[in-house]
Design a protein around this ligand. Structure first.
Ligand code: G3P
Ligand code: MG
Length: 247
């Protein structure tokens, strides 16, 4: 039912490196993580790039919107200096660059499709198309898509039916079964803070994978694993190791 790694580094290297950058994924690797979650958004010219916020200001300084900035312009922005001077000049990577890096380094990917508001369908479609092209003829190690946007996942499904999908929900909605069925999804991804053991059991009994974000203490990780949660991502890759769930 869950054929993927069980502990993932959130946004690359969790809170130990600038999120959604190659430096972040390298940091995860240095901590032994060969499984990563990151966020993918479209640039103005429809190139998928790694980014969490649709507007600049937090990880990238200044004003502006990712969806109104070209990938070439984004590549020149500093996505690392906000975190520390050590990472100053770290670029906003394209999704394609990251896929190549991960495949070269044996890092498995949970690709969170993170549309700018209004770009749900386009983001799902383009990320689906790019992923399908990049993984053409590849058998093992396919990434897992996830998204809070049902529409984005529908589009990703049409564009890349062979890439598995998980539906993200902060709080699991009452109609979760119907939603997962409609998407032909393999898993439900949810906020561990709102998860209850009975609901975890129901999801597992229905035959779906159950993934939690973002679990940052070993005690809580142990608790939800005991409830039957298959996998989770963490910001604290220094406290929770890649083999935590096997221990
Ligand atoms: O994919 C799990 C998690 O990353 C969802 O929340 O806001 O960190 O992208 P967020
Ligand atoms: Mg995410």
């Amino acid at each position: 039912m869950w054929i993927y790694p069980r502990v993932l580094a959130h946004r690359g290297g969790g809170t130990l490196a600038p999120e959604n950058t190659l430096a972040g994924i390298r940091c995860g690797l240095a901590h032994g993580f060969r499984a990563v979650e990151f966020d993918v958004m479209l640039s103005k010219d429809s190139i998928p790039v790694l980014m969490h916020d649709p507007e600049f200001g937090r990880t990238v300084r200044g004003a502006g919107k990712v969806g109104e900035t070209t990938a070439a312009e984004l590549a020149r922005l500093d996505a690392g200096g906000w975190f520390s001077t050590v990472f100053a000049g770290e670029p906003v990577p394209t999704y394609e660059e990251v896929v190549h890096f991960c495949r070269e380094n044996g890092v498995w990917m949970n690709v969170e499709i993170k549309p700018s508001p209004g770009a749900e369908a386009a983001t799902g479609r383009v990320v689906g198309e790019v992923t399908r092209r990049l993984f053409e003829g590849v058998d093992g190690g396919l990434p897992l898509f996830s998204s809070f946007s049902f529409e984005a996942l529908e589009e990703a499904k049409s564009a890349a039916p062979g890439i598995p999908r998980g539906l993200l929900a902060d709080v699991i909605p009452p109609d979760w079964r119907e939603r997962l069925q409609a998407l032909d999804a393999v898993a439900l991804h949810t906020n561990h803070k709102h998860l209850l053991p009975e609901r975890a059991r129901a999801v597992k009994q229905a035959g779906y994978g159950l993934f939690c974000y973002t679990v940052n203490t070993p005690e809580r990780a142990r608790e939800i694993l005991d409830w039957g949660v298959d996998a989770f991502c963490t910001d604290r890759i220094d406290l929770i190791g890649p083999n935590f769930a096997a221990a």
